[in-house]
Design a protein around this ligand. Structure first.
Ligand SMILES: [Fe+2]
Length: 323
């Protein structure tokens, strides 16, 4: 008898399954979850399951899948050390806001969180209360910011570190404009023994998220605006309390209802106060500017007055490893 070509190595592998639309998913999950870490196993299982379910559900076509991976390729190619297009994609799809909402340690009394955004910079200088976070050349209408850091019982929290950042009056963060030689429109302050902090700044304005890349393209396909409503970012930390990352959004912004990254929430919307408080302006050398109010020229400044409530540090919950 002539020897069989290739010997026994060509015998069919009896463990090879006939992969079909119905059994491919459990097969891929089985092959991809031979790991000890229960959380990694759980995340991988659910990810494959949901992705496959989507493909089956919509009956994804080959040309559509090509468009999808070509889009993701462009997103990757747009990333640089200064620009993270994948984070932007997560932002505009609401993933960042959802992760923030799931992870924020909130109670009914506590101040709501909001997305961190890409413009936080830990290199911001530490200031004394009352100082200005803007250099002299910064464009924008003068604004005085003040507030109190409280616990959920209404007791002031001393020595909370309040890190604040915002755009200038032209809608740029310092890191977006080469005119700025260092941190500007950002600064850190400690709350005093009454839990209070106060500083000079400028009124922030609406600004566009980067829209010259693939994420900007899908925003225009979706007929969505790329401009964020004017806001001031806050990150408040204290060793005994949960970190609060949030922002206050100006009600007057025409984009307040269509924030492209879904950070603006009802509980974080504020009305700026027009102040003509000469004693306050004098005490902190707040520059005044002129506005027409009811056909009368008035001298004053903007006042952003808002308290924040922190929740006590909580023990870490175990991460979900099964349904
Ligand atoms: Fe921002």
């Amino acid at each position: 008898m002539a020897p069989q070509a290739g010997g026994s190595s060509l015998k069919p592998d009896s463990s090879l399954e006939d992969l079909t639309i119905d059994n491919l998913t459990p097969h891929v999950i089985r092959m991809s979850t031979r790991v000890d870490d229960a959380r990694v196993k759980y995340l991988t299982t659910k990810l494959i399951q949901h992705l496959h379910d989507f493909v089956r559900d919509v009956q994804l076509q080959t040309d559509e899948w090509e468009v999808a991976w070509q889009f993701l390729t462009k997103v990757g190619q747009t990333c640089t050390p200064e620009r993270q297009e994948f984070v932007l994609l997560s932002d505009v799809l609401g993933i960042s806001a959802l992760v923030d909402a799931i992870n924020s340690k909130q109670t009914l009394e506590a101040t709501e969180s909001s997305v961190l955004g890409p413009f936080f910079n830990d290199a911001a200088h530490l200031f004394e209360n009352g100082q200005s976070i803007t250099s002299n050349e910064v464009a924008g209408e003068p604004m005085f910011i003040r507030g109190t850091i409280l616990d959920t019982a209404g007791k002031p929290i001393e020595k909370a570190l309040v890190d604040i950042w915002e755009t200038d009056g032209n809608g740029f963060y310092d890191m977006q404009d080469s005119e700025y030689s260092g941190p500007d429109c950002r600064g850190k302050f400690y709350s005093d023994h009454n839990g209070k902090f106060h500083l000079k700044a400028v009124k922030p304005v609406d600004y566009p998220i980067p829209n010259d890349g693939p994420v900007g393209t899908i925003l225009s396909i979706f007929d969505r605006d790329c401009r964020r409503p004017a806001h001031v970012h806050y990150m408040i930390t204290h060793p005994s309390y949960e970190k609060l990352v949030t922002a206050l959004y100006l009600r007057e912004s025409e984009f307040i209802n269509k924030d492209p990254v879904f950070g603006a929430k009802l509980g974080l919307v504020v009305d700026l106060i027009w102040s003509e408080d000469a004693a306050l302006a004098e005490a902190y050398q707040v520059p005044l500017f002129e506005r027409d109010i009811s056909n009368e020229k008035r001298q004053g400044f903007w006042l952003l007055d808002r308290d924040f409530v922190l929740v006590p540090k909580q023990s870490k919950e175990g991460r979900k490893t099964h349904d």
